[in-house]
Design a protein around this ligand. Structure first.
Ligand code: PLP
Length: 404
């Protein structure tokens, strides 16, 4: 068999199932977010991005851009090395201090992405603690799952957000084994929020550590943008808080914050921290400026909440079914991979609305959806245009409407 045939067969299967991912080529326009130029032979030149994780438009915030430009001029393009070998720059150290302060922890550790921070921290902790058992929510992100698997530690998957199942599973294991409960605060596909307080109570009762991914919450919740744990006054109860600088902070990078000794432990043993080039100083400078801005300003968070409520009301008015949750994520349920992809294509090419279809394996078969993320910078006109477009397509495709 020709070697290409091995690959082509599996790619064909993805196409046949409607799960082949198309990576849209867009050009974001600083100063005009959420508008972007579409690089494609069909469709309008300018589109409105409705699925960005630059949740607050901080990727074009003047303070973020100014800090990045200044650091670029000062330090040049790259970090010039791994963190251990000449790559630690004052901007990384300053950013780590800023992150420790954000989460009111002793220390923080920076990684090249949120994915790497989860993978590196979870795999290092779980592999290096003898007999560690990891309790992992069944809907945890791929980066957490990969980190846990890579550690080769024993792990137990508990039902999503199910405290009783977690309790039973904690009670089932040898009380002398070290335990780590790994979970998220805002689950990005359904937009639901976990029971942090109750999970911390269980952790206390069963003597477990907690690892909380706040990737879809940092910058967005809490009086200083410290996430759901800050909003609910629980930051001191979580052992390790993990976050990203690539979503609400609009830049790039990931981190953990915890005690000095846990950060030192991960810094000293994690290959994903040690053996890779450090983030460019300009990235670290931009992320710090963005965090500082969102520590002091509630305006973006308030405007975003307002836009989310507006979009939900516009969808309700037209009977477009969307998943209710407490967060900023608005999943419009389609329930079929091919229809989801079709709707996304028509929205883009005929209406200038860009939203990626979310299909298997990101979500379960039968729960395919369009995931909208309203930002402070989407206007009322953008919202009405989107809701009207969806309403027309719902009629065309004979999709069922929500009953008011
Ligand atoms: N954790 C969760 C829950 C995520 O959804 C993502 C990315 O989407 C990540 C971690 C990875 O973060 P990053 O995009 O910074 O690599």
């Amino acid at each position: 068999m020709h070697c290409n045939e091995l690959f082509e067969r599996q790619l064909r299967q993805l196409h046949d199932d409607g799960n082949y991912r198309v990576f849209r080529n867009i050009e974001r326009k600083a100063g005009a977010f959420p508008t972007a130029k579409l690089h494609h032979k069909e469709g309008p030149d300018d589109i409105t991005v409705w699925c960005s994780n630059d949740y607050l438009g901080m990727g074009q915030n003047p303070k973020t851009l100014a800090a990045m430009k200044a650091a670029l001029e000062e330090c040049g393009a790259g970090a010039g090395g791994t963190r251990n070998i000449s790559g630690t720059n004052k901007y990384h150290v300053d950013l780590e201090k800023e992150l420790a302060d954000l989460h009111q922890k002793e220390d923080a550790l920076l990684f090249t992405s949120g994915y790497v921070s989860n993978w590196a921290a979870l795999s290092t902790i779980a592999s290096r603690i003898d007999n560690c058992i990891v309790f992992s929510d069944e809907k945890n992100h791929a980066s957490m799952i990969e980190g846990i698997r890579h550690s080769r530690a024993n792990y137990v998957i508990f039902k999503h957000n199910d405290l009783e199942d977690l309790r039973n599973k904690l009670a089932d294991v040898d009380p002398n084994h070290p335990k780590l409960i790994a979970f998220e605060s805002v689950y990005s596909m359904d937009g639901d929020i976990s029971h942090i307080r109750e999970i911390c109570d269980l952790a206390d009762e069963f003597n477990a550590m907690t690892y909380l991914d706040e990737v879809h919450a940092v910058g967005l919740y809490g009086p200083r943008g410290g996430g759901i744990a800050e909003r609910d006054g629980l930051m001191d109860r979580v052992t390790i808080i993990e976050g990203t600088l690539g979503k609400a902070y609009g830049v790039m990078g990931g981190y953990i914050t915890s005690t000095r000794v846990i950060c030192d432990f991960v810094r000293s043993f994690a290959s994903g921290f040690i053996f890779t080039t450090a983030l460019p100083p300009a990235i670290a400078a931009g992320a710090k400026a963005s965090i500082m801005h969102l520590k002091a300003s509630n305006l973006e968070r308030e405007m975003q909440r307002d836009r989310v409520a507006q979009l939900r009301a516009a969808l309700d008015k037209r009977g477009i079914p969307h998943l209710l949750n407490e967060s900023h994520i608005v999943p419009v349920m389609v329930g079929d991979a091919k229809k989801c992809k079709y709707l996304s294509d028509i929205l883009l090419h005929q209406y200038g609305v860009y939203v990626q279809p979310i299909n298997y394996p990101t979500v379960a078969v039968g729960t395919e959806r369009l995931r909208f993320t309203p930002s402070p910078l989407h206007s009322s006109t953008d919202i009405e245009h989107l809701a009207d477009a969806l309403s027309e397509l719902w009629a065309q495709c004979a999709l069922s409407r929500a009953v008011a």
